[in-house]
Design a protein around this ligand. Structure first.
Ligand SMILES: [Fe+2]
Length: 277
């Protein structure tokens, strides 16, 4: 069911969300008015400097390569400039949004290789934690890995196929796939060290270290059916992290997945417990 910008803006205001949703176009995008002040630029650099200390050690090389290609660290990125560079690599671009947007336009953007990025940044007193995803999470977390060709294909396919799952009542199942890959995914190729690529990890100082380095983190080999059946945590550390052997594995597994069959078989069953999966 399509929701209008006005109705959605009213809903967001009621929930106290920060973005200016009334400025949205019908596809829920807005202009990135590049009017950030010095204090905001400083918050951006502080976040990037602090997190880069960790990502340089713990992030997958494709992610680091993406950061270097897109040049995100010196100042708040100009969305159009980054889009030009990203388009050259994988055909993706960035669109500005005021924050979380409804599922339908979100999937439509992904299906068309447009990644929605929030146009505002957290405040200085929120460096460690913010409830809503902001520009740092969306940009620093999600965008660099869109330079990786197989992952970029997966994300487009996700946008194309998510609606199929939702139409059959598989909302939770399809969301778990995004959660355990795009947000909290780990990867370890044969003979390579364990690394992270998920945006929820990239934008979190404490959980990135926990997921990759802690002996207490529960790491499980990636299996797409298991992923889609396993529940997850929203505001504490994940109790399971799934480890891909390669981005190609993710693209192949999702491309070959019988979504309708899987949803029908498992949507009414209780989810698997991440602690014991
Ligand atoms: Fe995210």
């Amino acid at each position: 069911m399509e929701i209008s910008v006005q109705d959605y803006a009213r809903e967001c205001a009621k929930q106290g969300l920060r973005g200016d949703y009334l400025a949205c176009r019908p596809d829920f995008t807005v202009e990135q008015a590049y009017d950030y002040d010095d204090a905001q630029q400083k918050v951006w650099r502080t976040l990037c400097d602090r997190q880069t200390e960790l990502t340089s050690r713990l992030a997958h090389k494709s992610y680091l390569d993406g950061v270097a290609t897109l040049g995100l660290l010196e100042q708040i990125p100009d969305f159009d400039e980054v889009s030009d560079k990203l388009r050259e690599r994988t055909g993706w671009e960035i669109v500005a949004v005021p924050g979380l947007i409804p599922a339908e336009p979100f999937f439509d953007h992904l299906a068309n290789r447009r990644f929605p990025v929030t146009n505002w940044l957290r405040r200085e007193d929120e460096l460690d934690y913010i409830v809503e995803p902001d520009m740092f999470h969306d940009f620093f977390g999600h965008v660099p890995i869109l330079t990786q060709p197989e992952f970029a294909d997966f994300m487009q396919m996700y946008g194309e196929r998510a609606g199929e799952a939702i139409a059959l009542g598989g909302d939770e199942m399809i969301t778990r796939l995004y959660w355990y890959t795009s947000e909290f995914g780990l990867i370890q190729g044969p003979g390579e060290p364990l690394k992270a690529f998920g945006a929820g990890l990239m934008s979190s100082y404490s959980e990135l270290q926990f997921a990759v380095e802690s002996a207490d983190a529960h790491r499980v080999p990636f299996d797409i059916e298991t992923v889609m059946r396993t529940s997850y945590e929203i505001d504490k550390f994940q109790r399971a992290y799934f480890v891909l052997p390669s981005f190609e594995t993710l693209r192949e597994a999702f491309g070959a997945l019988d979504i309708a069959g899987l949803v029908r078989r498992f949507k009414d069953e209780p989810p698997l417990d991440p602690a014991t999966v």
